[in-house]
Design a protein around this ligand. Structure first.
Ligand SMILES: Nc1ncnc2c1ncn2[C@@H]1O[C@H](COP(=O)(O)OP(=O)(O)OP(=O)(O)O)[C@@H](O)[C@H]1O
Ligand SMILES: [Mg+2]
Length: 264
């Protein structure tokens, strides 16, 4: 469904700050996979999501989404196929517009002529129905400006907005990290519900090991631009955060050893 083949990306090429991040990264994602992505700071998790969604170009390699090569497609075209939610609840929603206006913009994303400001009656019901699934009472706050909502409410809306026009892929980049523990749990449950109900193929980056284990059907761990662990099914279910930490430090040690051997 999503095939990433032999991806290369170097930042600041030919400067003292050169960073050869991806050197032949490949990943195959099956239709309906819900993959949690963990890894150290700077491992390349956000860059991978940015490359998939066309925000930054890769140097080499290809990305196929439903057998269509999207490696050189502009970001605004990919955004019709790929929904995204970021860490900052302010990113996805427009604060000066109402709940209804924000939702209407998201709903019209896939229309030929872009979004329209006129909101049709039947669309209002569709929007109300989707909002009621969040169980946050937002269906009764259609005329409220989104800037007045809490971070959790905005992030719940962001999730809904990212998925309402049925994209083929959902990319979540630490979308629960800025929320307090209770709200984070509510958004985790909502994420599970939305992804399960719509069966949307999803990559979710998180630093929360418990959520990485309990959510989704497959888990990958990234380190220094590589996928160092890829676990699914029963094996994933039986993981613990402690076991993940051990696996990570084992891989890190073997990485350091091979670096030393290369230098010797
Ligand atoms: N636009 C950019 N220009 C230069 N370097 C960049 C750019 N974007 C990312 N990098 C570098 O690439 C590396 C990977 O960054 P990335 O943001 O993908 O990491 P991450 O795994 O998402 O980390 P975190 O867990 O901290 O969010 C880092 O060393 C970062 O400094
Ligand atoms: Mg990141």
């Amino acid at each position: 469904m999503l095939r990433i083949q032999n991806l290369y990306k170097t930042f600041n090429k030919d400067t003292v700050n050169e960073n050869k991040l991806f050197q032949g990264l490949s990943l195959n994602v099956k239709k309906g996979d819900f993959i949690t992505v963990i890894g150290s700071n700077g491992a390349g998790k956000s860059t991978l999501l940015n490359i998939i969604s066309g925000t930054i170009p890769c140097d080499e390699g290809s990305i196929f989404l439903n057998e269509k090569d999207i490696s050189n497609i502009p970001e605004h075209k990919i955004s019709k196929l790929v929904g995204r939610v970021f860490q900052d609840p302010k990113m996805a929603t427009s604060p000066s517009m109402t709940v209804l206006e924000n939702m209407s913009m998201a709903l019209n994303k896939n229309k030929l002529f872009g979004f329209s400001w006129g909101i049709e009656r039947k669309k209002i019901n569709e929007i109300k129905n989707s909002l009621s699934k969040l169980s946050l009472g937002l269906e009764n706050k259609l005329e409220v400006k989104v800037g007045l909502l809490s971070g959790g409410q905005r992030q719940a809306m962001a999730l809904l907005m990212a998925t309402i026009s049925n994209p083929c892929l959902l990319l979540l980049d630490e979308h629960m990290a800025a929320l307090d523990p209770n709200t984070s749990e509510i958004i985790a449950q909502l994420t599970d519900k939305i992804v399960t109900d719509s069966k949307i193929t999803t990559l979710m980056v998180t630093h929360n090991l418990k959520q990485a284990i309990s959510m989704g059907n497959r888990l990958i761990m990234m380190h220094r631009g590589r996928i160092i662990l890829d676990i699914e099914g029963e094996e994933k279910k039986s993981l613990t955060p402690e076991r993940l930490m051990v696996l990570f430090s084992d891989k890190e040690k073997s990485d350091m050893l091979s670096d030393r051997l290369m230098l010797a």
